[in-house]
Design a binder for this molecule. Structure first.
Ligand code: SF4
Ligand code: SF4
Ligand code: SF4
Length: 369
């Protein structure tokens, strides 16, 4: 397998995903724009937009584990969250290197910066290590908020609150009409990513922190065969995660994204490759296209399962969206620290003990039960 092909498989997957994200963004805009002005849209709401709601996906996972019920408000958020976790727990952290559009943009910024300046800033270890811990702190906050600060009833109430129903729209408005602070923060992240490779991913992204931890469990990881390694260090020189690959037998770092850039760089056939723990010899290795296909297959299998079982499109009727969207900027569609406004009451739902999540006048039974 030629190294260039390894790169092209991964890049092809990234570009296809980018195209899908662009199509989803355009369709969501075409669906939302007329409705904000009180008109009916010509297109339907793309469920895939819920891929941008990972916190919702995490809450829906807890809801599912608590109740055995798939959240009907944003079922695709749970499907995509689980798909991303599964692919990353099979081929270590592979979502980051194969599908994440933010990761692709970050790679682009880093490569562009290097081409233009010929330099790359590498923070010394005494700065790098504490900075890397930031993403775990952010992840820890979300885990606390989702798994420990809310009771099962609180989770159910939040997922069915007016805010949660329009959380995708709130996110769209956040980026479509950014505040000066948002622009400043995003601008600073872009500039930082030009000079420091993968600045956001390495230091701040809580999703990457979660996937890195799951990746430690992965049976398929980049593995080096010391018997044929020439210690040329080409692998270490190209690693975007700055790992000393030439010293490792099995790359088990939280930072490794299974990008296979090291595999591309290795001049010894079969020395470095994605392998199961039972195949360390240079004779036995997972062909790069198989490693990529396995990761993508896991992701698509989860999405397919959700679609086949009818857990993909939201249960919110088109008429309800049409009624709610013109008033999306009202205080009803807000939350403070995980406490969302209750339907029709003008007051926040209880953090720990909400009787049930359904709006007054609606059935309390689950729409998909
Ligand atoms: S670290 Fe976060 S932003 Fe970066 S590629 Fe992974 S999931 Fe995407
Ligand atoms: S060790 Fe290899 S697969 Fe892992 S991040 Fe570094 S270059 Fe990519
Ligand atoms: S590039 Fe291959 S041969 Fe060179 S040090 Fe790395 S694993 Fe060994």
């Amino acid at each position: 397998m030629r190294p260039a092909k390894v790169f092209s498989y991964r890049r092809t997957a990234q570009l296809v995903m980018l195209a899908v994200v662009v199509v989803i963004g355009v369709q969501f805009t075409l669906w939302l724009g007329p409705q904000l002005a009180g008109r009916w849209p010509q297109v339907g709401r793309p469920a895939g937009v819920e891929g941008f709601l990972p916190i919702d996906g995490m809450m829906a996972l807890r809801h599912f584990l608590d109740t055995g019920v798939v959240d009907p408000i944003h079922p695709a958020a749970l499907a995509i969250f689980l798909g991303i976790c599964l692919m990353s727990v099979v081929v270590a952290k592979s979502f980051c290197s194969h599908l994440c559009p933010v990761g692709l943009f970050s790679e682009f910024l880093g490569r562009t910066g290097f081409r233009v300046t010929g330099k790359r800033l590498t923070p010394p270890k005494w700065i790098d290590i504490p900075l890397r811990s930031l993403k775990y702190l952010v992840l820890g906050f979300f885990v606390w908020a989702v798994w420990f600060s809310l009771s099962p009833r609180g989770i159910d109430a939040f997922l069915h609150s007016p805010y949660a129903k329009l959380v995708d729209v709130k996110m769209w408005l956040f980026f479509a009409h950014p505040s000066r602070l948002t622009i400043a923060v995003l601008g600073a992240l872009v500039v930082a990513s030009v000079f420091v490779r993968d600045f956001w991913c390495r230091y701040l992204c809580p999703y990457g922190a979660l996937l890195g931890m799951l990746g430690r469990l992965a049976p398929f990881k980049v593995t080096r065969d010391p018997d044929v390694c020439t210690d040329c260090r080409a692998c270490t020189n190209v690693c975007p995660a700055r790992l000393e690959v030439h010293r490792m037998t099995r790359v088990a770092s939280f930072e490794c994204t299974s990008c296979q850039d090291c595999v591309m760089a290795c001049p010894v056939d079969g020395c470095l490759a994605v392998r199961s723990p039972f195949a360390r010899s240079s004779k036995r290795w997972l062909r790069p296209i198989v490693a990529t296909g396995l990761a993508l297959g896991m992701y698509l299998a989860v999405l397919g399962l959700f679609r086949l079982t009818g857990h993909w499109s939201t249960a919110i009727p088109a008429a309800e969206y049409h009624r709610r969207l013109p008033e999306v900027t009202s205080p009803l569609y807000t939350h403070v620290g995980g406490v969302a406004m209750a339907e029709g009451s003008g007051a926040p739902t209880s953090r720990a003990a909400v009787p049930h999540a359904s709006p007054p006048g609606e059935s309390s039974s689950h729409p998909l039960q």
